[in-house]
Design a protein around this ligand. Structure first.
Ligand code: NAI
Ligand code: 15L
Length: 264
């Protein structure tokens, strides 16, 4: 690839992937609303608001791949979610349409299905059950990816990320943890696949407890290698087990299901 765009580059995942994906493209274009570290060799740094249509068109021009991490990543009032995750995703897909359809990896979330109970094993055919406005905005992003694929052939890997952090932080994340190494290997598969389409992929490691069935995207040849099991003792030592009727123990989306609708 000549140029790979990473949005949300100042965020948690963006900062990690900035250091891990240099081998995928001659140039990595890094973008965020927030300030980023200055460009190093093989990098371009462009500050931009996803809600700004012209800025997003300039951002996407000349890119042949996009990793879309940018946006609001937790429950917030509707306005910031709308700017970044609704208008921002519309701007991104329209910019991709105007610029030769670069392949996109869309960072969706388990909060699209957060109200499913933890004892339910889900496939990508199961209905969405978002657990808040943030989850609803990710459902919108998934729907945009699907519609642009059907209408224009735009390819997107819709990755429903569980919990991508260096380590699982609590009991729920023993099931939802997605190691950064497994995410890197998924990104490599997505951008190397001869044919992608617009699959929904569960972004989760090979943990002992599994809620999500990835057989529909097996054709990509991706196999997670890590497991949260090696952190079990630490998680149990540092966290009391949640009560059986608490959101963290009942719902796949955990505490997000208990968030109110925030009104500033
Ligand atoms: P983060 O919140 O650390 O990073 C998101 C970045 O997007 C921030 O640097 C923020 O400044 C930027 N941003 C927000 N609004 C923007 C706007 N209007 N214009 C331009 N940039 C804007 O989130 P994190 O953890 O790095 O996640 C990255 C993506 O992956 C997010 O889209 C998140 O929803 C998704 N995700 C992450 C999970 C995780 O476990 N880290 C789990 C599920 C989904
Ligand atoms: C997400 O969608 C969030 O962006 C991330 O910060 C975590 O809270 C993650 O889900 C999770 O469910 O653990």
């Amino acid at each position: 690839m000549k140029r790979l765009l990473i949005t949300g580059a100042a965020g948690g995942l963006g900062q990690v992937m900035r250091t891990r994906l240099g081998h995928l493209a001659e140039t990595i274009r890094l973008s965020d609303l927030a300030e980023m570290d200055p460009a190093e060799g093989g990098e371009e740094v462009v500050q931009a608001n996803l809600a700004d249509e012209a800025a997003v068109h300039d951002l996407v021009a000349g890119c042949d791949g996009i990793i879309h991490f940018g946006g609001v990543s937790v429950e917030q009032p509707f306005d910031p979610i709308c700017d970044a995750n609704i208008r921002g995703v519309y701007n991104l897909y329209e910019a991709a349409r105007a610029n030769g359809h670069p392949r996109i990896l869309f960072a969706s979330s388990n909060h699209t299905i957060g109200y499913h109970p933890q004892d339910r094993h889900l496939t990508v055919e199961d209905p969405m059950k978002p657990d808040g406005l943030y989850g609803v905005s990710k459902c919108f992003g998934e729907a945009m990816a699907s519609m642009y694929h059907s209408k224009f052939g735009q390819e997107t890997a819709i990755v429903r990320i569980g919990s991508c952090f260096p380590e699982p932080k609590n009991h729920r994340m023993m099931a939802t943890w997605f190691s950064p190494d497994d995410f890197v290997s998924l990104i490599e598969c997505v951008f190397r696949a001869p044919r992608l389409g617009a699959p929904i992929i569960w972004g989760v490691s090979d943990n002992d407890e599994q809620w999500w069935d990835n057989s529909a995207s097996r054709y990509l040849g991706w196999q997670p290698k890590d497991s949260s099991a090696r952190f079990r003792d630490k998680v149990e030592a540092n966290n009391a087990r949640p009560a059986a009727d608490s959101p963290d123990a009942v719902y796949q989306g955990g505490a997000f299901t208990a968030e109110p609708i925030h009104r500033d």
